[in-house]
Write a protein that binds this ligand. Structure first.
Ligand code: 8YV
Length: 319
């Protein structure tokens, strides 16, 4: 795509983001679409030095090599609250601002965490299949499930999404505790100094911490063991946080009660062992995927660019 106004700052879009953001980037920012260039490498070699802003998503990311190829880059506006696919260290080392889309998705991701917890505990997926497959012939035949109300809810990562998950516990008369990098005395929930202690205490453990190398396989075989044969694991964060091989083994051996997973390792697609288990409820990484929230995320991508171009500061910087 050719730019019409050559005096405007050059915005480079790395991948499609969504209809609203894509339209805004095209019409308001005349963004160049890298994936549509016949030869992206050649385009970068010819024009990389003119790019001041990048628009991307957590799915597409922006790695250190690309940042190095854009010597005039000053801001990256990314769709998604996660930013593990963006080389933030390389960006910050050069004073490049990185913006993500926090806050606007908290409620929908928290809602889905609860939906998965309720579905896994009450065996909604299995019950739905039972009815659909024509097995509902007598009353009271479907196996008993697990109570949620009044139980113990453990949250790994009490950030914005974790706090929204915890708040919902009040409506179900649940006691809530959490583990994270530091206690949050501004909240009414109990802090557990170790994840093992939290898992031992919890009936339900919801993973809501960031992904990336620092949290890889934090939910290990021993943490799952501590959660126990009645315990239920929910993950709406990143598949990488859970040792998936251990999770599958524990489920197969009946050493974990069940799991509700919106994310898995090596997305897209889930391994056959998880798909085959009636103790597991699966969704295809759709925590933020409501019309309302996705629109708000797309708007924020544009608002961050607008704010940067107007004031030199993005609205929601990653620190
Ligand atoms: C998206 C997300 O649903 O914001 C994030 O970091 O993971 C979600 O909002 C996900 O990126 C879909 O692929």
């Amino acid at each position: 795509m050719q730019r019409v106004r050559t005096d405007a700052p050059l915005v480079l879009q790395l991948a499609p983001i969504g209809p609203l953001a894509d339209q805004g980037l095209r019409e308001e920012f005349a963004a160049v679409r890298l994936w549509e260039q016949a030869d992206a490498e050649a385009w970068l070699a010819a024009h990389g030095a003119e790019v001041t802003c990048v628009a991307t998503s957590v799915r597409r990311g922006c790695d250190a090599a690309l940042i190095a190829a854009l010597p005039a880059l000053r801001a990256i506006s990314s769709w998604g609250v996660g930013f593990e696919t963006i080389a933030t260290d390389a960006a910050h080392a050069r004073g490049i601002q990185v913006a993500n889309t926090p806050d606007v998705l908290d409620d929908c991701v928290a809602d889905l965490a609860w939906a998965l917890m309720l579905a896994a505990a009450r065996r909604i997926g299995a019950a739905d299949r039972y009815v659909r497959d024509g097995h509902w012939r007598a009353l009271g035949e479907f196996p008993l499930s697990t109570r949620v109300s009044g139980k113990r809810l453990g949250v790994l990562g009490l950030g914005r999404i974790g706090a929204a998950i915890a708040r919902r516990g009040q409506g179900f008369a649940m006691e809530v505790r959490y583990h994270g990098r530091a206690p949050r005395p501004d909240t009414p929930y109990g802090f557990e100094p170790s994840l093992m202690a939290l898992a031992e205490w919890s009936d339900f453990l919801i993973v809501a911490c960031p992904g990336g190398p620092q949290t890889r396989h934090l939910v290990s075989a021993s943490v799952l063991e501590a959660l126990g044969p009645r315990g239920i694991l929910v993950n709406i964060a990143r598949g990488s946080v859970v040792d998936q091989a251990a999770l599958i083994r524990m489920l197969e051996e009946g050493r974990l009660g069940g799991a509700g997973l919106d994310v898995v390792e090596d997305e897209p697609g889930a391994p056959a062992a998880l798909r085959a288990s009636d103790d597991v409820v699966l969704t295809p990484h759709v925590g933020s995927a409501t019309r309302e929230t996705r629109e708000a995320m797309e708007r924020l991508v544009l608002d961050n660019l607008r704010a940067f171009l107007r004031s030199g500061r993005v609205l929601t910087p990653v620190r």
